[in-house]
Design a protein around this ligand. Structure first.
Ligand code: NAI
Length: 254
């Protein structure tokens, strides 16, 4: 308990999947959690659940690809809780599973707008608050696909590779301000994103077994496996960790 007591944490894409598990765990460990997402009903329900269990949370609608929304929401979180200690850049989308020569500019840009621009905008508006407060922790969602390729979605891989090096660059830029920036690299995790992907493959159970078998540990991960890694990077236990890649993948990239 209380590993992140009274830290103000913004989680993007916090209403579902890994983001949701992260919000629940950080609130349980004492954080004030700004749950942000485009899924308003799910986000509000999650906040109520957290509060009913004695946690502190509030919901904001936030599409991370819209800079004006990011600026507004981060200003409001600061007004409500007075600081931003931790930013979890979790929001991300997949899709565009076609070869490079068939992808339109619009398809490419729509994925980059969320997975890359979203991380940029949220980092941009968290940094001044963290500098003023004397430090902070930014946790960016890359993927195993920011480390190795796969013959499916070119923009997804490009976006996750970009996030990996945005993290290292920002780690170096803001180390003097005591702002730590790290990337997280999950293997396949059972979430709505992966469920949608599996449904596109036809028989879900067969496709699931195939994905399970790619992980030497024998199965996909679940959202809590990642949330515990986020908790470590959000807490002061990781105060010497910056510019690092936290790989949580059941051995996929080993
Ligand atoms: P998910 O699709 O289950 O949940 C993503 C959440 O982000 C949803 O609540 C969704 O509404 C929200 N979101 C989507 N677009 C948004 C936008 N424009 N602005 C704000 N929120 C938005 O995804 P999942 O699986 O939980 O993934 C979370 C992160 O982890 C993503 O960045 C994903 O790329 C990454 N990841 C996931 C893996 C997996 O196997 N599930 C593996 C490696 C990385």
């Amino acid at each position: 308990m209380n590993r992140v007591k009274d830290k103000v944490v913004i989680v993007t894409g916090g209403a579902a999947g890994i983001g949701k598990a992260t919000c629940v765990l950080l609130a349980k460990e004492g954080a004030k959690v700004a749950v942000t997402d485009i899924l308003n009903a799910e986000g509000k329900t999650l906040v109520e659940d957290i509060k009913n269990k004695g946690g502190k949370a509030a919901y904001w609608h936030l599409d991370v690809s819209q800079e004006t929304q990011v600026e507004k929401v981060f200003t409001e979180v600061l007004q409500k809780w007075g600081k931003i200690d931790v930013l979890v850049n979790n929001a991300g989308i997949s899709g565009v599973n076609k070869p490079t020569h068939e992808i339109t500019e619009k398809e490419w840009n729509s994925l980059m707008a969320v997975n890359v621009n979203g991380v940029f905008f949220c980092t941009k508006y968290a940094i001044p608050a963290m500098i003023n407060a004397g430090g902070g922790s930014i946790i960016n969602f890359s993927s195993i696909y920011g480390l190795v390729g796969a013959a499916d979605s070119p923009p997804y891989h490009a976006s996750k590779g970009a996030v990996r090096l945005m993290s290292k660059t920002d780690a170096l830029l803001y180390a003097k301000n005591h702002i730590r920036v790290n990337s997280v690299h999950p293997g396949f995790i059972w979430t709505p994103m992966v469920e949608t992907f599996l449904k596109q493959q036809g028989d879900v159970e067969t496709a699931r077994q195939k994905l399970d078998s790619l992980h030497p540990i024998g199965h996909m991960g679940d959202s809590d496996d990642i949330a515990y890694g986020i908790l470590y990077l959000a807490s002061d236990e990781s105060k010497f960790v910056t510019g690092a890649e936290l790989v949580i993948d059941g051995g996929y990239t080993a």
